[in-house]
Design a protein around this ligand. Sequence first.
Ligand SMILES: C[S@@+](CC[C@H](N)C(=O)[O-])C[C@H]1O[C@@H](n2cnc3c(N)ncnc32)[C@H](O)[C@@H]1O
Length: 282
Amino acid sequence: MTDTDRQDTASEAVKETGFITAVIRAIENDRPDPYLVDRHAELLSTPRSRAMADEALAAGGTVGSVIVRGRFGDIALARSVADGITQVVCLAAGGDTRAWRLGLPARTTFFEVDLPGQLAAKEALLDPVRDRPSCRRIGLSADLRHDTWPGELHSAGHDPHAPTVWIVEGLLPYLRLDHFTQLIARIREMSASGSVLLVDAPHADYFTDPANESFLAFMESRGSAFRLGLDDFGGFLRRHGWQAEAYTLHALAEGACPWLPTPPARLCPPRDHHWLARARLG
Ligand SMILES: C[S@@+](CC[C@H](N)C(=O)[O-])C[C@H]1O[C@@H](n2cnc3c(N)ncnc32)[C@H](O)[C@@H]1O
C-alpha cells in the first residue's frame, strides 16, 4: 500500500464517522424520551452505517457528545437566526440534517462543506426529503486541512461582511492542532461582527482516562484515530479573538448553561470528557 493509498483509506474511514454520528442521532430519536429530535437521521442509517455504529459503541464509544452538541447547536442556531443572521456555514457537515429539519427561513443560506463525495452520499440518502430544506442549501467539497476552502466558500456566495453562524462539530478529533488553529483563524477572518461559532472538542482528559483506551485503540485500528483534545477550550477560542462560553459535558449535566435544557446523566457519563462552546464576535 502506498502512502497515498493509506491516506485515502484514512479519509474514507474518517468520512464514515459522519454516518456513525447520524446513526447515533437516529437511535436517540427513536427513544421515548429523546434529548435530540432528528427525524431525518433514520434515512442516513443504512445497514452498513448501523453496523459501523454498533461496532463503535461495542468498543466503548460514547453518544453524549454527539447528542448534546446536536441540541446545543439546534438551540443556538435557532436563536441566531431569530436575531437576524442569514448565513450558516457548517464545516465537516457529514450527516448533519439541520438544513432539512429546522424549518429555517427562506432568506437563510446554509453552506455545508465536507470531504469530496461525502455530501453527495448524504444527498442521495436524503432524496425522499429533497424538497424539505426551507432555506437555500449549498454543498461544497473541500479538505479543511488545506487553505483553499475560504476562496471556494467565497465563490459560492458567502459574504464575509455579513454575520455568519459557523458550525464545526465532530471535526477537531481528526485534525492536527496546527490545522485546527489555522481553521479557527480563517473562520475569524471571514466573520463579520455579530458572527457566532458553535464548536466542540474532546477534552484532553479524554485521552488519559483509562476507560477510553479501548475506544481510542478501535478508532486508530479503523483508520480514524482521535488525535486532538484541548484542556482549556474557552481560553483557546478567546486567544483567537472570540468571546467564548465553553462548557464540559459534565458541567452541562449540572445545569451550567443557562439556555440549554440540562442533559440527562445517561448522556454525560464520567468518561465522556468533552467541550461544547458557543463563541461570538462583538
Ligand atoms: C464525526 S463526523 C461529524 C459530522 C457532523 N458534523 C456531525 O456532528 O455529525 C466528522 C466529519 O468530518 C469530516 N472531515 C474530517 N476531516 C475533514 C477534512 N480534513 N476536511 C473536511 N471534512 C473533514 C468527515 O468527512 C466527517 O463527515
